[in-house]
Design a protein. Structure first.
Length: 61
């Protein structure tokens, strides 16, 4: 079994890890009903529809 001969420094570990810890842009889809951008598998906040069905009552004021 392979065992490291020397301990990795915190700096080296954190540099390697930083490639995966950076912020990613949100993956947005578009609402089928109104065309507004929305997160996947979520109710559209502008029209209240999810998968072609009215889920949230939206009151335009």
């Amino acid at each position: 079994m392979a065992v490291p001969k020397k301990r990795k420094s915190k700096s080296r570990t954190r540099m390697r890890r930083s490639q995966h810890d950076k912020a990613q842009p949100a993956n947005l889809g578009y609402c089928d009903n109104c065309g507004e951008p929305k997160k996947g598998h979520r109710v559209c906040l502008s029209c209240g529809y999810y998968r072609g069905r009215a889920v949230l009552p939206i009151f335009n004021t």
